[in-house]
Write a new protein. Structure first.
Lengths: 405, 138
């Protein structure tokens, strides 16, 4: 028997794996020392746990433990990467290259830096949400100090050609940061092979706890230096002060270890579930469109627009299923998803989009239930939609003078 | 944000979904909103030309649950009303009846606009046909 509601919003956050919680628990009540306490066993136990977690995370991305810095989450990691580089390398240059479908943590940080005199280039994306290494190369100037391009997009699941971009950055001697929040633990990552100098990751997107994230900061070839944004006791090589939240760090480490051990199987499994969901929905609903890249995408992500049906309206119809929509109605602003707009998806189809995020704990039975429900509800709402009726009657919706409000 | 029971009731069991022939002499059609804004409402009234009373009403809506519920409620309220009474329906009454949250008030505004547009469309049709009748009579 299925348990409702069903969680299919794993690009938003993930359930903490029970094995992660189990690993964390002793660090609340037994090994509760401060990892910075160098003179007693409580501190040593905490420090050891933190170092082990650093190694677990480093192994997942091809780094060394000393290169991992703990933060409150990927938003802080990305703020530190961009602001830290801009401040530390300001004598070298004042130009940053990024792209338009980045997460707001990157875009809003870039905007703030612009107010402080940094020049930012926002590269456009193609219809699948990708930028090319050539686009990056063409945008570089002798003032460029940093390129920040995400590894995979949170809304549409498109995977960007990070290794190619890293190669260009290496050739030109420009630092390369990637927001890899959606990719860490879901796709193989090697910061060496991919030419990555800085990488943001988040615990709660990879079955770890909320409130903990990490920033990989390259130590060699080149040694990356960052101006801190939080000053204090000089923790984390002076780049991020503040007492380390040992239980959360242990959780993130365990989450990384599990992702690494199970990645090959998990990719196959979530991909199979995603394809089952996608085909069962799209084969049964004409005029449904997959947003993002057809193949270069996260294994668990399906972002689908259903013409003539509004996304939030559909979400009410499938209220026992937790998903997201690019509809304006689900956000604080009145604009539909800026990511879908950047792809050239019309506003009407952006309003009609639903993001399904499959993950470790989803089952085939859930996929079957959800796909049947979506097909039924879209069909019902289309019968209720004036746009569907007009389109069926052969009226070109673009020819109508709409009275917008 | 959880939805009110009234919104869910109208969303799950919408009243008067459908269409009248927009060309019909006694039909008034109001089409408001825009696809790129995420809501389009089409509200239609069938008016008794002698009494001026709305005998039937139908809607189709592209939009969120609150937009669907607002238009469904509007069709219920329109039946049996005169055109003047219909023009008096205020969006705030819809907000109150459905317990719409502030972020959804625009759905009720759209429903009020749709009612007014439908009435106006019917009146324009009548206005256009009257001189023709007069000409025949003359």
């Amino acid at each position: 028997m299925l348990k409702l509601p069903i969680y299919m919003d794993n690009n938003s956050t993930t359930r903490t794996d029970p094995r992660v919680v189990e690993a964390m628990l002793p660090y609340f009540t037994e090994h509760y020392g401060n990892a910075a306490s160098r003179n007693h066993p409580f501190g040593w136990a905490a420090e050891k746990a933190v170092d082990d977690a650093r190694d677990q995370i480093a192994k997942l991305i091809g780094a060394t433990g000393k290169e991992v810095i703990f933060t409150s989450g990927a938003t802080e990691s990305t703020n530190l990467a961009l602001k830290g580089v801009a401040a530390m390398y300001k004598k070298k240059g004042n130009h940053i290259v990024t792209q338009v479908t980045e997460h707001k943590a990157t875009l809003d940080t870039a905007k703030r830096l612009e107010r402080d005199g940094v020049q930012v280039t926002y590269l456009p994306v193609d219809k699948f949400g990708r930028v090319s290494a050539d686009q990056v190369r063409d945008a570089l100037t002798d003032k460029t100090i940093l390129v920040s391009i995400m590894m995979a997009n949170n809304e549409i699941g498109t995977v960007l050609p990070v290794a190619d971009i890293g190669k260009v950055c290496k050739e030109k001697g420009v630092l390369f940061h990637t927001d890899a929040v959606q990719a860490v633990g879901k796709l193989p990552i090697d910061v060496q092979a991919m030419g990555i100098d800085l990488l943001s990751l988040s615990g709660h997107k990879m079955y770890g706890p909320k409130g903990i994230g990490g920033l990989y900061v390259r130590k060699k070839d080149p040694r990356v230096r960052l101006e801190p944004i939080i000053d204090g006791g000089g923790h984390e090589r002076g780049m991020r002060s503040g007492t380390l939240p040992v239980p959360l760090i242990v959780g993130l480490g365990k989450a990384a270890e599990l992702c690494r051990a199970e990645m090959a199987d998990e990719i196959k499994r979530t991909y199979a579930l995603r394809e089952r969901l996608r085909s069962r929905i799209m084969d049964n609903l004409p005029e449904s469109y997959l947003n993002g890249h057809p193949t270069e995408r996260l294994p668990g992500n399906a972002n689908i627009s259903f013409a003539y049906v509004e996304g939030e309206g559909l979400m009410m119809g499938i209220k026992d299923v937790a998903v997201s929509s690019g509809s304006a109605c689900t956000s604080a602003s009145l604009e539909p998803s800026y990511v879908l707009r950047a792809l050239g998806v019309g506003d009407e189809l952006a309003h009609s989009s639903i993001r399904f995020g499959l993950g470790r704990f989803n089952t085939e039975a859930e996929v079957d239930f959800v796909s049947d429900l979506v097909v039924r509800e879209v069909t019902r709402l289309r019968e209720m939609s004036p746009l569907y009726e007009m389109a069926q009657a052969g009226i070109d919706l673009k020819s109508i003078q709409w009275a917008g409000h | 944000m959880p939805y009110s029971d009234q919104i869910l009731e109208h969303y799950n069991n919408p009243r008067n979904v459908g269409s009248f022939d927009a060309k019909g002499e006694n039909v008034g059609t109001g089409l408001v909103g825009a696809p790129e804004c995420g809501d389009v409402m089409r509200l239609q009234i069938l008016v008794n030309p002698t009494t001026g009373v709305i005998e039937d009403a139908k809607f189709k809506t592209f939009g969120c649950g609150s937009a669907i519920a607002s238009s469904s409620l509007a069709t219920e309220w329109l039946k049996g009303k005169t055109l003047d009474q219909a023009m008096d329906i205020k969006n705030t009454e819809i907000v109150e009846e459905l317990a719409l949250p502030p972020v959804k008030v625009h759905c009720s505004v759209l429903a009020e606009d749709a009612i007014k547009a439908a009435v106006k469309n019917f009146q324009e049709k009548q206005g256009a046909s009257q001189p023709a009748e007069a000409a025949v009579a003359g």
